[in-house]
Design a protein around this ligand. Structure first.
Ligand code: G6Q
Length: 550
């Protein structure tokens, strides 16, 4: 099935949008203190449960009317049809002419999702099965390296979607990982990244996973070639490559060309976008770390959230509500950023992962039909794990001049229970949401006996919105549900903003220009560069200084 590009009614002309604009005018002076005072039950009403996650969004600046209007906006934007179009494999990535089927990667074995007349679900499970066999061989030590040693270090080489998901998932699920294998990740073309990744590694015990959908990405191929040279130098034979390199890719020809046996390649498909590929074979390093059963549990968590997204009414649909709240703040409150604040050390790479998911998907300036938008699209996502952020940038969130909606993420049970740690951590999480919402008035500050000149400094305006996502414990299932929650929230935003959330043309120009500049920096090239005055001067300076350092 092929979707076609049709001009939609401009977002700002939709009846629900106009009503939201008027509604914003009536609510913008209302403080969360007033909303809670007038509506003591709002915490019960503005909360949802799905796939093991609990979402409290009562500290958002919304009323029943706000939610009703946002849900109406989703309806007028055709969200229900767009969701179905994704799930049945329509080519909703219009600018690249592809279906968008990461949902197929976590569908149960008996599901049927057709692409060009072929049910892709059995293909997905076939690869999962091959990955599982390989994972067991590495984990049990039955896969031997070229010299007969077992594998002790696994290094994933990839970038962007072929790196951020694997790194985030490995860190998030480290508690479940086999501890006698060391997992490392190389992404940056900066030689330092590779040099540090192989520090102290024994080539005889090292396995490289070259993860690249296209197998042509400059950074990844540069690192993969350095890895091959390092291995061959260490083991003294080209033949060692077969026991120490596997590939994850859609491009069998390039994998063969590189010298990796197709028997050691794990495939996926062009309908899996890079930033949505964590649960394809790109997750091989994750599976090696946590084992096939835990990896399948992760997929089950994704699937549970997918099912909820596909079937729940919008007003009870967690990803839809989260996506609509982003639209509410981006477009009506003009909020520029969203802070994602996980109160769990294992989620330390989650904000970085989300940055690609959100900003590469919805950082667009034209609609899918190519029309320039006249409204803001994706916010800037950022964050750090709590409580560290509290001792640095939270100041601005509490008392700065900008409105920064926050997503707090926490767990009721720690994976590493130890004394009071977890209660202290969680108390901080809850305290931050409370402080942001309700603040501290000047009168309250005065009542504490604060000197008058200090009162303005010690006053907290409050009315700073946040959501809290709470789960029992960070398990593979819960991580899957959490990632799918954000994926589908991003989808919801993209539909409202009328974007193609699955292309990334914005990364092309820099890549092309870099390819042009590479030979201009090469030793011995003294030809006059042909760029703008600034770039030419930088190139000349770099060449001169590089020569002087030799
Ligand atoms: C993600 C993007 C991008 C991609 C990388 C790596 O959605 O497509 O981040 O994942 O450029 O691409 P390869 O996997 O092809 O090396």
């Amino acid at each position: 099935m092929t979707a076609t590009i049709t001009e939609q009614t401009s977002l700002t002309q939709l009846p629900a949008w106009k009503k939201l604009s008027a509604h914003y005018e009536s609510i913008k002076q209302t403080h969360l203190r007033q909303l809670f005072a007038a509506d003591p039950d709002r915490a019960g009403r503005f909360s949802l449960e799905a796939a093991g996650l609990f979402l409290d969004y009562s500290k958002q600046i919304v009323t029943d009317e706000t939610i009703a209007l946002l849900v109406a906006l989703a309806g007028e934007s055709g969200l229900r049809d767009r969701i179905e179009a994704m799930f049945v494999g329509e080519r909703i990535n219009l600018t690249e002419g592809r279906p968008v089927l990461h949902v197929a990667l976590r569908a149960p074995a008996d599901a049927e999702i057709m692409v060009d007349g072929v049910n892709v679900v059995p293909l997905v499970h076939e690869v999962l099965q091959r990955m599982s066999i390989f994972a067991e061989q590495i984990r049990s030590g039955s896969w031997l390296g070229f010299t007969g040693s077992r594998i002790r270090t696994v290094i994933n080489i990839g970038i962007g979607g072929s790196d951020l998901g694997p790194v985030m998932a490995f860190e998030a699920l480290r508690h479940y990982a086999l501890r006698d294998i060391d997992f490392r990740f190389v992404s940056n073309v900066d030689g330092t990244d590779f040099a540090e990744a192989v520090q102290g590694c024994d080539p005889a015990e090292t396995l490289f996973i070259v993860s690249s959908k296209t197998f042509t990405t400059l950074e990844t191929m540069t690192n993969a070639r350095s890895a091959r040279a390092w291995l061959v130098a260490g083991l003294g034979s080209e033949a060692a490559v077969a026991r120490h390199f596997v590939a994850v890719s859609t491009n069998a020809a390039e994998v063969t060309q590189f010298g990796i046996d197709i028997a050691n390649m794990f495939g996926f498909w062009d309908w899996v976008g890079g930033r949505y590929s964590l649960d394809s074979a790109i997750g091989l390093s994750t599976m090696l770390a946590i084992g096939p059963d835990n990896f399948r549990a992760l997929l089950a968590g994704f699937h549970a959230m997918d099912q909820h997204f596909r079937t729940a009414p919008f007003e009870k649909n967690m990803p839809v509500i989260m996506g609509l709240l982003s639209v509410w703040y981006a477009n009506f409150f003009d909020a520029q950023t969203v802070a994602v604040l996980p109160y769990d050390q294992y989620l330390k790479r989650f904000p970085a992962y989300l940055q690609q998911l959100t900003m590469e998907s919805n950082g667009k300036q034209v609609t899918v039909a190519g029309t320039p938008v006249d409204y803001q699209t994706s916010q800037i996502y950022w964050g750090e794990p709590g409580t560290n952020g509290q001792h640095s940038f939270y100041q601005l969130i509490h008392q700065g001049t900008r409105l920064i909606p926050c997503d707090f993420i926490g767990f009721c049970r720690s994976l590493n229970p130890s004394g009071v740690h977890h209660d202290v951590l969680t108390a901080n999480l809850f305290a931050q949401g409370e402080a942001l919402a309700f603040g501290k008035t000047a009168a309250e500050v005065r009542q504490e006996g604060t000197a008058e000149w200090l009162v303005p400094h010690r006053t907290f305006p409050g009315n700073r919105p946040s959501s809290t996502i709470l789960a029992d414990q960070l398990t593979p299932e819960i991580l899957g549900a959490l990632v799918a929650l954000y994926e589908q929230s991003v989808f919801t935003q993209g539909v409202i903003w009328q974007l193609d959330s699955f292309d990334q043309w914005g990364v092309e120009l820099g890549k092309v220009l870099a390819q042009r500049i590479v030979p201009e920096l090469a030793a011995g090239n003294s030809a006059e560069p042909k760029h703008d005055g600034s770039t030419n001067a930088l190139i000349r300076r770099y060449r001169d200084r590089k020569r002087e350092g030799v």
